[in-house]
Write a protein that binds this ligand. Sequence first.
Ligand SMILES: Nc1ncnc2c1ncn2[C@@H]1O[C@H](COP(=O)(O)OP(=O)(O)OP(=O)(O)O)[C@@H](O)[C@H]1O
Length: 755
Amino acid sequence: MASSCSSSIIGVSSIYQTNQKDPNFPKISHFSIPLKHTSITTHNLRAKKSSHFVGSAVVTPNSSSLLSEEAFRGLGSGFGKSPLNSDDENEYGEFSEDGDVGVVSDDELSVSKLGLPNRLVQALESRGITQLFPIQRAVLVPALEGRDLIARAKTGTGKTLAFGIPVLKKLSEDDQERSSMRRGRLPKVLVLAPTRELAKQVEKEMKESAPYLSTVCVYGGVPYTTQQNAITRGVDVVVGTPGRLIDLINSNSLKLNEVEFLVLDEADQMLAVGFEEDVELILEKLPVQKQVMLFSATMPSWVKKLARKYLNNPLTIDLVGNDEEKLAEGIKLYAVPTTSTSKRSILSDLVTVYAKGGKTIIFTQTKRDADEVSMALTSIIASEALHGDISQHQRERTLSGFRQGKFTVLVATDVASRGLDIPNVDLIIHYELPNDPETFVHRSGRTGRAGKQGTAVLMFTSSQRRTVKSLERDIGCNFEFISPPSVEEVLGSSADQVVATLGGVHPESIQYFMPTANRLMEQQGVNALSAALAQLSGFSRPPSSRSLITHEQGWVTLQLTRDGSSRGFFSARSVTGFLSDVYSAAADELGKIHLIADDRVQGAIFDLPEEIAKQLLTKELPPGNTLTKISKLPALQDDGPPSDYYGKFSNRERAPRGGSRDRRGGGSGSRSSWGGRSGGRYSGDDDFQRGSRGGRSESSDWLINDRRSSPGRSSFGRDRGSGSFGGGGGSFGGACFVCGRSGHKASDCPTKQGF
Ligand SMILES: Nc1ncnc2c1ncn2[C@@H]1O[C@H](COP(=O)(O)OP(=O)(O)OP(=O)(O)O)[C@@H](O)[C@H]1O
């Protein structure tokens, strides 16, 4: 069972209002929503640590109905301090609890019972939108009352329609009065979005929900003419990115004097991508009389400033609140240890095992990595890259191909982390740590949308283990730490995927193959079927074994344990001593060693080349020792270096040139080949400025016997140069496996028993 933030509960609801001008403004606004019988039982409501917790909503994972009791409760009560008064950059502010528990029936969430215009209801229902999500229900009434709003909710919970439904309702009604197709009519609604993709997505959502209205999307990277012509024909809703909007305003193509509704979507992201000035310029051009809805995941001071200046007595609706779990419902979280050399091969296995043929988005830090990873994957799984250097036209083609399932893996930089709504993404892989917890939440939020289930896998290196732990604290969720998929798992998943495609074979085609199938079954039985599955899975030849530690092909990971009766301190040296005694060729070829992190078990796991491992497993062992080939890593002792503070300052690994490990080479060759990122700075999407590597080079094989190995220093398996540990004919430098003391082999141990 994967760790996750999942429970049957979503979010915290808080609604509070502020009045900058009048401190005595009544603290409570009442909205007249009839509260009737509910299907939600209170035992589902989870008590939160914070006394400010107001409530939660029950999620039925596969349904489109997220039922929000609190969306109702909060409407009449639950006020707290204003986010606008808080100096904390990311504070939404607290909110106080109110015992007024309202209840809500399905009817009251039902799109058809909300008094929306028929054609809007029909369009929504034809899209499968029959019941409001909590944020939509919470926003609906105050929005219809004309309130300015500041709102936030978790990823994929329907924020677009939260502002969309009220404005579309208003326009759908107005539209009957104003001559619907009047040429040259000016927009009533302006939606600002920080990225082109997001703008296009909002446009799509609005268009599909109200196809009878004219919605135009404007953004850079494409010619002006089409957008200008569309505006000239007459428009109801304009969605756009700030830069292009300013151009169109300045060229007089877009007039904003009839705008009645302004929506600022992902307002904090506007700041992150440097649109502050443009946004303010646009806001200055709008009529004073208008309704503003601002959606923002965080409240940096610029957003607060904006809200103070341009919003009138805003009501804040916060469905995240003090909820420790920042991730949306139903996203399973895994963390998998990797090394620079193993990352890529693990990646395709993760996709095979965890996406199970569905859609995957892999997030990288830089454009170059996105390109390289996508190229490397393409020979195994169809994939495309998406980042800021790709032309707008190609970006759109890529996204549409991904949406339609023409290829199943998208490798993207963080341009795709915010807001992108691609249905049925099953798996998110964080190929590199995100820069901050917020980015992790947004990246992961590309799956598990609209109440669905999803999986997010974080790949990390040993030096990043502590960062992963702090990430857990920051997002309020736990990872399940897993091993890279074993060969058996990869084969099993591949077979499952093949089996899943069999249902698509036309019955008539099956008939043609029946005689051969019958003959084969008679001759070979189930072998024939296995051979067919192996062939269809692309494994007509057996896969070579792989190290569980480095994931390198041709290697096997073995586990050595010794029972409690054996004396002496167990260390990595014990392993080399043991191997020297049992089968010296194994000591010569020894790869990485890690000690098992279990107080009750004395043991280690280590890598050997496949053939050597086979031989070793045939040897007689000293009593009390057990040697097995393992397919899952046990918990290992961990003594990583200090936290590397998310992607920003992380030690960015680069595979050594040539990739594979050099077993014979000097230790420093492979170890120091990481592209250390110390001092490097990641400045926004893809703009990675490499820092100097600094004095200390980080190593993937950092832990041997609780000690960091350093370049040039002899260590197990790799560096035979100094001969101090490695065995292989040099003087024996390891501890005796029997007594644990150094200076002699176990076979010469004065205390040895029966070896
Ligand atoms: N009431 C509803 N019933 C069913 N599906 C819905 C409903 N409301 C929205 N959706 C669908 O849920 C998906 C997610 O919605 P949306 O993109 O608005 O989420 P979001 O909260 O803006 O996410 P993010 O924070 O990641 O931008 C969309 O595909 C949308 O069509």
